[in-house]
Write a protein that binds this ligand. Sequence first.
Ligand SMILES: Cc1cc2nc3c(=O)[nH]c(=O)nc-3n(C[C@H](O)[C@H](O)[C@H](O)COP(=O)(O)OP(=O)(O)OC[C@H]3O[C@@H](n4cnc5c(N)ncnc54)[C@H](O)[C@@H]3O)c2cc1C
Length: 443
Amino acid sequence: MTVAVDKTKCIGCGACVVECPIEALDLIDGLAVVNPQKCNDNGKCVIVCPTNALTLPNQPDQPKQALDPEAGSKFDLKEPLPDTVKDYAQDNQKKTISAQAAPVAGGDVWSGVWVIIEYSNGKVAPVSWELLGEGRKLADSIGCGLCGVITGYQVDSVIPEAFAYGAEKVYVVDHPALKDYRTEPYAEAITSLVTKYQPEIILMGATSMGRDVFPAIATRVQTGLTADCTVLGIDPETKLLQQTRPAFGGNIMATILCRTSRPQMATVRPRVMAMPERVEGREGELIHEDIPFDESTIRTKVLEFISSDAKSAFLDKAEIIVAVGLGIAAKRNMVLAEELAEVLGATIAGSRGAVEAGWLTHDQQVGQSGTTVRPKVYIAIGISGAIQHLVGMETSDFIIAINNDPEATILKVANYGIVGDLFQIVPAMTAEFKKRLQHGVAN
Ligand SMILES: Cc1cc2nc3c(=O)[nH]c(=O)nc-3n(C[C@H](O)[C@H](O)[C@H](O)COP(=O)(O)OP(=O)(O)OC[C@H]3O[C@@H](n4cnc5c(N)ncnc54)[C@H](O)[C@@H]3O)c2cc1C
């Protein structure tokens, strides 16, 4: 005996086909068909089916609750199907999964774009505002609302800022348990809001906090999460969130869709999206949620904050960066870059090559496995321009690259490329900048 398909209930959405880990299901003539040679009754298709069309053998009327502890919540898409889904299924003559497996995007119970606003130690991570700007575009493409979510303690000052940067509605959880960031209470607060209000898309910065709390939330609500996105968009046909990020060591850009579960969750690197216009005095709807935290059940206690080295702590906020690569050849030559940085008031950073050589620390690394930066000026000294480096800096406003190889990739993204020996060029630049800045010449 294998999983049975009730043909009167199957809408041919393909969710079971996608979910089955052993490829035991196919869509034939718009209906799910089980291959009895392959099916091992693992039940994953039964859980994911939005219309209860699938049942395990010997459990003909198995209620979902018995299979899925989350059943009864709306996370597993077991709500009655909206009309749009039924219409789609009736009209559906296509046989490909990609065309069919998008039964719930846009216009159904999962609605709205949310941005989690990161607030800690009295400061908002600027990526939160960048994401409100991006969220506005996504919400407009889908035709839904844009909301901000603020979790923390004594967050009143943040609320008007969230409206000013474009949120139409702001959800607030303000509680002493959220004073310092800890995974458990933050994940609990955001998860309970998600459960209650069912947003279609949730975004957060790919910061330390976002990288920590978002997987915890995605696990709790049993949905997918794409980390470290650099581009977001909406598929015009399905209204699904297109989540693009570097993959395979940065050699390709992969666009990832979350077809069968909600919400669609993505973290986005700071400084990749543009900062939106801030409109002072803009107003919106404010919703306070009370969540009764029990401190005794929270396993993590914050004892002390130890701030990291100030030179590198703000790399993603630096306005001028002097970055070094393996071309500088030895640690003793770092002095060339340091002198230039001193004159320009710049922050020192570099390639992974320079970090691996021990000339810089990892938190000074720019790129795919380091920090994404978007300074006004980025000066790349002896850096070849590997794709993993470029993804972390190519959106800088103005790039100056110094390299003795005229074919170096970095020169292709540079506004000014200087081909020559850095040991001659960098000291000359330092001397010239020093002279001009001393005399108050701006350019
Ligand atoms: C999964 C993965 C993640 C990665 N993540 C990152 C990342 O986050 N950031 C990152 O940077 N890299 C990353 N890398 C490594 C990346 O692929 C490159 O190896 C690295 O960026 C090379 O560093 P580089 O440009 O300093 O060195 P090189 O590629 O060796 O370039 C040195 C450059 O200096 C020039 N040069 C040499 N001498 C002189 C001179 N006298 N004057 C002028 N120019 C000179 C050379 O022409 C050359 O172009 C990652 C790789 C992988 C596989």
